[in-house]
Design a protein around this ligand. Structure first.
Ligand code: YSA
Length: 459
């Protein structure tokens, strides 16, 4: 209590504490399904007091085992953003050191050892993802006049590279009890598997526990969040801080999101939706959310957007009146793509959607050849010089749309050939480049239902 009063007094002198944030009590996010568990779970009242008393530091960690984060990780970032919206101070920890150990949580087999050069490259990719998302959130989605507390990004390599193993194992390691460490689900599952578990993986809990102690000492960081598979690691950190500092800290977990088939969305699952545009285009991410099934869309809106629950309910009511409009699905997709890729990414995703599904020539004309190539999967891109008097047949042959001239004449005449989505069934028709060449200097050819060719005109 005295501690709490001291914090309130200290806080009342700082500008950020004087601002009014109605959402400071972050536990309210439970009503939108944003939290699954809290540890220790008997502490709801003291947590609320602490949250209401002063801005708190909260951290979440991300291991750079790939060069991009994915939408499962995005849920944790969105949770951090909710804390920031509530006036708290988010810390994103990149596990440059822990990626080389390998977290066994939620995994059925040991990860291959990652070479340092790959980890260093991955750190850059993940840092970019995190920075871009916090930037986009503030620019496009934060509508209040209060300034948000800055995001702090740390890499645990920066403290482990200066620390001796004797200090870690002989210091922090002493406080963690074997019985407790062995009882964790992440350890039990692996001990029971045929391949067992290496000591390296077993030691992971000690690293994550020590990270929290480090951040607690440096920033007074009393909260850690993570996916529900992180609870064991979070509990070890709680144990370490309680025993070494005699202070109360709290861990909160977000639900693990899964595909319709029930698989966890993740990097190794083969169904990853990445946050880097080079790995998953804004269009593909947009389509992933637009295609959510009706039974999932309300839950997804609560998890992946910042819309108040009331407006989500309104949207669902409108959806029930006119389901064919798919309003909630489109809104969900828009909000996620805006957060991950910003306004330009959203415009590109919507343009590509119109070009593909509405066959919009205007949208197609605004796309560049590489966007068109990735939109029409597997499209062949061919660069050619325009030739005067060139016919539809000449073009189709030059581009390589058909194996023989006979095939070309037969298929074009039968109506199986399209220029810029328009059926063109006269092989001898002379091309009119003013019409057939779009303003982006491209012509899109299609044979049958889905064999696309992108012509890039050279002059
Ligand atoms: C955490 C704290 C530290 O001090 C050091 C490292 C870490 C990283 C942590 N051990 C880890 O391996 N995390 S992760 O890189 O695999 O995933 C990052 C976060 O996304 C975790 O909280 C994880 O639970 C969460 N996540 C992954 N897939 C998810 C998901 N959350 C919800 N749904 C999914 N499908």
């Amino acid at each position: 209590m005295v501690m709490l009063m001291k914090q309130i007094l200290k806080c009342s002198k700082t500008a950020s504490c004087m601002r009014h944030y109605s959402n400071r009590n972050i536990l309210r996010l439970k009503e939108r399904g944003m939290f699954q568990d809290i540890f220790p779970d008997t502490a709801t009242n003291p947590v609320t007091d602490l949250l209401n008393a002063a801005p708190q530091h909260v951290y979440a960690g991300f291991d750079p085992t790939a060069d991009s984060l994915h939408i499962g990780n995005l849920l944790v970032l969105i949770n951090l953003l909710h804390w920031q919206r509530g006036g708290h101070q988010p810390i994103a920890l990149i596990g440059g050191a822990t990626a080389k150990i390998g977290d066994p949580s939620g995994k059925t087999s040991e990860r291959e050892k990652l070479a340092s050069v790959f980890v260093d490259e991955n750190v850059i990719g993940i840092r970019n993802n995190i920075e871009r998302i916090f930037y986009n959130h503030e620019k496009y989605l934060w509508k209040q006049k209060e300034k948000l507390a800055p995001l702090t990004i740390v890499n645990n390599e920066s403290w482990y590279s200066k620390m001796s193993p004797i200090d870690l194992i002989g210091g922090a390691g002493r406080y963690l009890r074997m019985g407790t460490l062995l009882s964790r689900t992440s350890v039990q599952t692996r001990l029971q598997s045929p391949a067992g578990m290496s000591f390296t993986e077993f030691s992971y809990q000690l690293f994550q526990a020590y990270d929290w102690l480090h951040l607690f000492k440096k920033y007074n960081c009393s909260f850690q969040i993570g996916g529900n598979d992180q609870m064991g690691n979070i509990m070890s950190g709680h144990e370490l801080i309680s025993k070494t500092c005699n202070k109360q800290v709290y861990g909160l977990t977000v639900p693990i999101i899964t595909s319709e088939m029930g698989d966890k969305f993740g990097k190794s699952a083969g169904n990853a939706m990445w946050l880097s545009p080079e790995k998953t285009s804004p269009f593909t991410l947009y389509q992933f959310f637009v295609r959510q099934v009706d039974t999932e869309v309300e839950k997804m809106l609560q998890l992946f957007t910042f819309d108040p629950i009331g407006s989500i309910k309104d949207l669902m009511r409108r959806h029930n009146e006119k389901p064919e409009l798919r309003l909630p699905h489109k809104h969900l997709a828009e909000q996620v793509v805006l957060l991950v890729h910003g306004e330009k990414g959203l415009a590109a995703a919507q343009r590509a959607t119109r070009a593909l599904y509405e066959r919009s020539i205007a949208a197609l004309s605004e796309m560049n050849p590489s966007e068109i190539k990735s939109l029409f999967e597997g499209a062949t891109v061919v660069e050619i010089l325009p030739e005067p008097g060139q016919s539809v047949l000449d073009l189709a042959i030059r581009v390589g749309c058909f194996l023989t001239k006979e095939d070309a004449v037969r298929i074009i005449s039968a109506g199986g050939f399209y220029i810029n989505h328009q059926k063109t069934n006269n092989p001898s028709e002379v091309l009119n480049l003013n019409v057939h060449r779009l303003s982006n200097n491209v012509t899109l050819l299609r044979v049958g239902k889905r064999n696309y060719y992108v012509v890039k005109w050279l002059s």
